[in-house]
Ligand binder design. Sequence first.
Ligand SMILES: Nc1nc2c(ncn2[C@@H]2O[C@H](COP(=O)(O)OP(=O)(O)OP(=O)(O)O)[C@@H](O)[C@H]2O)c(=O)[nH]1
Ligand SMILES: [Mg+2]
Length: 327
Amino acid sequence: MDMTELARRIMAQDRRALARAITLVESSRADHRAQTTALIEILRETSDSQALRVGLSGTPGVGKSTFIESFGLMLLREGLRVAVLAVDPSSARSGGSILGDKTRMEHLSREPNAFIRPSPAQSHLGGVARRTREAVALCEAAGFDVVLIETVGVGQSETVVAEMSDLFVLLLAPAGGDELQGVKRGIMEMADLILVNKADGDLKAAAQRTCADYAGALRLLRKRPQDPEGFPKAMTVSALQVEGLETAWSEMRALTRWRRETGHFASRRAAQAEYWFGQEVRQGLLAQLDQPEVRALMQDMGREVAQGRVTPTAAALEILEKLRANR
Ligand SMILES: Nc1nc2c(ncn2[C@@H]2O[C@H](COP(=O)(O)OP(=O)(O)OP(=O)(O)O)[C@@H](O)[C@H]2O)c(=O)[nH]1
Ligand SMILES: [Mg+2]
């Protein structure tokens, strides 16, 4: 497959070419990796289309899929093209979260201007992160206006998504009574917009209370340079009843406009590129330690160290020397 031709078809908004390229991106075969790198490079040089990348995180059952369905359909009605990707650290289970509940995105998944892709099945979050990042670049080159990147709020996956998003949206459920949900401070600090979902029917009052609590909590956080007055913001929505979504979208647009005008949008992307560069180098080094002969040597040396025949420092130096020689 000729990568120049594939790139041309992606930029011509050919969905099958896009799907094919993402499959290539997800492959771990060495020749596919090389093709992927070439493809992304061609697109970087020739495409100047830019999407708004929106990260969306929330615990299981909070309503992410329902929200993406309603929100995505609303964006389509505005004439925008929408891509949905996922970062699912446990995607080994049943092929990822999106496919599992495609029923919740039933209408969106049938729309010609929407593109939905589940999380790549990878055992390491690092692998999922790289492939999702590359898939974002492909969707961007394919002219999508908004790329939604979903993650279920567990462990490190929020950080991964926040580091590839222009905006990070945290979806929360109404809290019962006056107990606040165990949202970690670090995650709160990443959020640009907190949406308390399920603000409908019996849950409406609880959602409004929860929203007020989080608005208060957000005000206590240190002010970030990338925020205009009033951000980060907490609001209520109902993904099911399709309420508050227009307002949420207009807040996202206002924030994006401000960040573009002040240069924060571009500087965030630049900082993200630098972050991923560092991550790739680290992962590359760790992968070297995973080579069979290096692992065997580590085990041998470990035994020597345990028996007191060589010091940990000297043994480590020997391993590092071996890695250098391997190159
Ligand atoms: N009342 C109400 N229920 C909602 C709303 N949004 C989602 N739900 C319900 O909450 C349940 C979970 O919704 P999902 O959209 O599957 O949640 P999710 O976050 O995608 O869940 P996982 O994929 O398991 O992480 C479903 O029964 C939805 O119908 C809402 O706005 N109001
Ligand atoms: Mg879901």
